[in-house]
Design a protein around this ligand. Sequence first.
Ligand code: NAP
Length: 340
Amino acid sequence: MKAVRLEGVGSIALREVGKPAAGPDDLLVRIEACGVCGTDRHLFHGEFPCTPPVTLGHEFSGIVEAIGTGVSGFSVGDRVTGDPNIACGSCPHCHAGRINLCHNLIAIGIRRDGGFAEYVVLPQKQAFSLPKDLKPTHGAFCEPLGCCLHGLDLAQIRPGSSVAVLGGGVIGLLTVQLARLAGATTIILSTRQASRRALAEELGATATVDPSACDIIDTVVGASGLMPGGVNVVFECAGVRETVEQSMRLAKAGGTVVVVGVMPQGMKAEFEPFDLLFRELRVLGSFLNPFTHRRAADLIASGAIEIDKLISRHVTLEEAAAVIANPPAPGEVKVLVVPR
Ligand code: NAP
């Protein structure tokens, strides 16, 4: 079969590899779609640990082609989505229910072969069923949506809350939609690209801000700003120093900052601990998708999340390596690799 193989830092190519077989507790899944994530680019550039050679792709869904002898509850022909993050179940974090912090976490598409291929082997415990009539490309959004759901859970948004989302990529745009569903009545999205701001407004943002054209702090929390005094919850979804620093200033006293964006290891951000203390901010990191994949799949199946508008283009397996090796095109939100 064809698979997009990361062979080392800066080296990625489409290769012909053997078609994998399902072990006793596995499903063999024919990939319908697999999303390109910023992490795939970080892996290509050696900015995130992994174990090449490996087939990339951790945001995938497809059709069950074969099942192992020990599998129950799934049949050949089912549509499924895979939670790529395999926790060991036996380390102290897993025992404490913090599976995203597992010491021995192995992610499909990072440490074992993933979904930029014709087929992937998916352990049954990582598989979640999707409706037969779901659009084949929509299941690929369960993983990023599951990560955003974890951030939402940590934030504890209540009906009537005010929210700011910094960064208008797919994570920010999914978070805008979840904040709306959670009952936030003010949702401010900050991102530099006009097309993304327009999309955010279609998806539920009540206001958008171009942080390169104004002083965002003044525009949001200033006396005549969008939310004088600040918002209840800020989601940092850009992963850059500026937005991390802005987050602390956009949250109102007693508010919450959820850091979802991944900053390069070693990068520092500046804020005043006195300010955090004096305004009693809750600052939380949100990592991966612990126990949220089923809810993400159900939300997508229900149609409550707008997916089609987030898909910028479909590419083939033949085109995938070049997409991963290059920065995203302007305006692009999510590129999906569709094998056939
Ligand atoms: P993305 O497509 O790169 O979106 C982030 C966007 O933030 C950028 O494209 C950029 O859009 C915007 N941005 C950059 N600088 C900004 C600034 N100063 N002010 C406002 N916006 C700014 O990435 P994504 O896929 O949405 O992911 C977002 C972040 O979440 C990444 O860091 C990713 O690694 C991380 N992530 C975390 C988890 C987790 O479990 N915590 C899971 C998945 C992804 P403009 O050009 O429009 O400004």
